[in-house]
Design a protein around this ligand. Structure first.
Ligand code: SF4
Length: 337
């Protein structure tokens, strides 16, 4: 089977793998503690893909055209010995971009050093505000801000810079933090990315009034720090890039709600339980774990994955505004960001 393209002629270029559905934060826009409380049943260990299974799946996706790999969760650093998995994945020759998204809570200097040494190339760290009180409310577990700022320093110190600092902007919650965050990360060498608040999963009570359009966001920054647009690094890049005219560095905006980018979406996702999802807002998935655990040969798995991708027609964000009814979606903490 050659490199498959989907019904909208989009190739399969990027794979995001959730290595756990657990998280040590309870961010209301992703994993509100009301739904994900002490009685919530997370995936039992036996149903998680093993590192060997993940490695085999990635090898097969790489043979179908995947070049970029991102490890996600839940919170991926909750998965023990993650550096062992990274070392295995870094050896797959076709993969030329290996990254991870984390909330930074477990990213000590030693952990950062082990990830880098194992072959991790890039890291994105979530940080929604520099206001201690708002941050503790937004992570849902009163986790202290300074520990995440230290995590960013640790990642930079071991050579994982430029770090992408991901800020989900929710109107009326943390939009007053936009300029303080811009001031803080300007000239730091890190790339601050502003993410429009999205209707992921079914638990965050999303409403469009709480979305701050990226155009409005840029208008808040431009008067103080003039910006100019940058070309994308590669086709299908998620963030729109801007740079400070005075050389203060780069920022990004992720505009899933106001300027959807589905036409260039080349991303597939694998949940920690081995379900293949072809959209962040998917309502269903394809079970890869069953054939994997019934010793299906590589070629059979390639045919399965290629066939599912060729049937793909996902463009949820592009259709969001015209949808009358929204089907129940897979939770983001399960599917991985
Ligand atoms: S909504 Fe789905 S198809 Fe569109 S960019 Fe996001 S993941 Fe891709």
């Amino acid at each position: 089977m050659d490199a498959p393209v989907d019904t909208l002629h989009r190739p399969l270029r990027e794979l995001r793998i959730s290595v756990t559905d657990r998280c040590n934060f309870r961010c209301p826009y992703c994993m509100p503690k009301e739904q994900f409380g002490s009685k919530y049943h997370f995936l039992p260990r036996s149903s998680l893909l093993s590192f060997e299974e993940i490695h085999r799946i990635v090898r097969i996706f790489a043979s179908l055209g995947v070049r970029k790999l991102r490890l996600t969760g839940g919170e991926p650093l909750l998965r023990r010995d993650l550096d062992r998995l990274i070392r295995m994945l870094a050896e797959i020759p076709q993969i030329d971009d290996l990254s991870l998204t984390t909330n930074g809570a477990l990213l000590t200097r030693e952990a950062a050093r082990r990830l880098k040494e194992a072959g991790l190339q890039r890291i994105s760290i979530s940080l929604d505000t520099l206001d201690e009180e708002v941050f503790q409310a937004m992570n849902g577990v009163q986790f202290p801000l300074r520990r995440v700022l230290q995590a960013i320093e640790h990642a930079a110190a071991v050579g994982l810079a430029p770090i992408k600092v991901n800020m989900v902007v929710k109107r009326g919650v943390n939009d007053q933090a936009i300029l303080p965050m811009a001031r803080h990360f300007r000239g730091s060498g890190q790339i601050l990315r502003f993410i429009e608040y999205m209707d992921v999963g079914n638990s965050n009570d999303w409403c469009s009034d709480a979305v701050l359009p990226s155009t409005e966001l840029l208008e808040k920054i431009h008067p103080e720090f003039p910006l100019e647009a940058l070309p994308s690094n590669h086709p299908g890049e998620v963030a729109k890039r801007w740079r400070y005219v005075d050389g203060g560095g780069e920022i990004g905006v992720i505009t899933s709600v106001t300027e959807p980018f589905c036409e260039g979406c080349t991303r597939a996702r694998i949940s920690a339980a081995g379900m293949l999802h072809t959209c962040l807002f998917a309502s269903h998935g394809h079970d890869l774990r069953a054939p994997l655990r019934s010793d299906a040969p590589d070629e059979q798995l390639r045919q399965l994955i290629g066939g599912w991708w060729e049937q793909r027609e996902d463009r949820y964000s592009a259709l969001r505004a015209s949808q009358n009814t929204i089907p129940a979606k897979i939770e983001m903490s399960y599917i991985g960001g």
